[in-house]
Ligand binder design. Sequence first.
Ligand SMILES: NC(=O)c1ccc[n+]([C@@H]2O[C@H](COP(=O)([O-])OP(=O)(O)OC[C@H]3O[C@@H](n4cnc5c(N)ncnc54)[C@H](O)[C@@H]3O)[C@@H](O)[C@H]2O)c1
Length: 475
Amino acid sequence: MRLAMIGTGYVGLVSGACFADLGHQVTCIDKDADKIAALRRGETPIFEPGLEALVSSNVKAKRLDFATDLKAAVAEADAVFIAVGTPSRRGDGHADLSYVYAAAREIAAALSGFTVIVTKSTVPVGTGDEVERIIREVNPSADVVVASNPEFLREGAAIRDFKFPDRIVVGTSDERARKMLGDIYRPLSLSKVPIMFTARRTAELIKYAANAFLATKITFINEIADLSEKVGADVQEVARGIGLDNRIGSKFLHAGPGFGGSCFPKDTRALIKIAQDNDVQLRIVEAVLGVNDSRKRAMSRKVATALGGSLRGKTVAVLGLAFKPDTDDMREAPSIPLVTGLLDMGAKVRAHDPVGMAQARKELPDIDYVDDPYDCVKGADAVVLVTEWVQYRALDLERLKQTMAQPVVIDLRNIYSPEDMAERGFVYESVGRAPVKRLRRSTDRDAIAAARPGADKPPASAGIGAVAFSSVDRD
Ligand SMILES: NC(=O)c1ccc[n+]([C@@H]2O[C@H](COP(=O)([O-])OP(=O)(O)OC[C@H]3O[C@@H](n4cnc5c(N)ncnc54)[C@H](O)[C@@H]3O)[C@@H](O)[C@H]2O)c1
């Protein structure tokens, strides 16, 4: 099958390379000439585990190539996928569809023979209707069907998600398009991936409803985390206790600094707007968005509290900037409102991220970037763990303590155990777990347990470096 992928970003490049790997002939197209030049040189413009090797092997096998102009690839394609960005529109929060509509106009002019146009970008309900109208306007004789095929991959695990998805959703009522998309995805049927065929508008809404539901789950556990801190409960255990119930499930129940990233914030905003335009109020989703926005900024006050209330003249080291591990994506990362909050309160901020620093410099130009996490924390009054990169999960805590000006750790991902940190002499704050009072010389676990507010039994320590979650199970 010949495929053209319009937009070669996180979704377009991964999907294009995976389709090629399934045996299709794919051209990935992007307006960004630097991106295409880099790909032609064998460089991958984004960080995604396994992507460089996947791209390079499929280029070598001549199943994948790149172009800045879509004409030739679209004319030859059986299916054209639209995978351009749909960011929040400035000022009102609606999804900005200008890239989708511009792509539709260009595609329309280049069509030849029967072609299925597939919207992979996340788009409001009814966008497929408008894409179809544009195509008929530009090229009235074109033999096309416009289908929806929303993408559910997660950055950081994108290749695995694409190849082993929980489901594939295809929105079309046209038989030829159903057959074409069934054939395109057939190689995945060996692993028994369910393909759900539905109406185009339903498919468009499924994507937003899925993201809003996941964002709600995260926000729910974050509010339970706030309550846990007040009443002396442990949110990790609450999450486990509820997550073991099959009706609830354990994923997306990791308390933290609030959701961010390229999808959840913009998609919840857009869903609220879609609902408003249809005289429906999605009060749960509105609350989720509001709670999450204020939470992200509140994380800087958590740091100030751990340092006695004032940050003026203090140096804060931030470990982790990307919105989650295994990506360099900084879009709406929780690190941004955290760092701006710290700067607003007069702190000096130093930061490290294994791959996200180049992107971060564009968002946060007023901080110091340090290439090594231990150099980053040297002389700092506090260290804030923001992204749970594997590199931060087993830090040499003695080294940290010796080089910091004060042993204060604010762990926004609950990587470490409050008991162990107290035992090692750290002032340690995490999310949804009451801090353990600092013990002077004790290694006695019962004493440590007793020092913990609300503790009625010795804690089952996770141990230093132990993490009770998988990072890809979240936003
Ligand atoms: N990033 C994710 O994890 C993810 C997951 C699921 C769905 N989505 C959705 O997929 C879509 C793409 O997201 P992304 O993260 O890949 O965006 P991105 O910004 O990384 O990539 C979009 C690319 O499209 C290119 N582009 C824009 N207009 C073009 C045109 N007319 N012709 C050719 N190229 C053009 C841009 O230059 C850019 O490289 C969005 O709607 C997003 O909501 C993203």
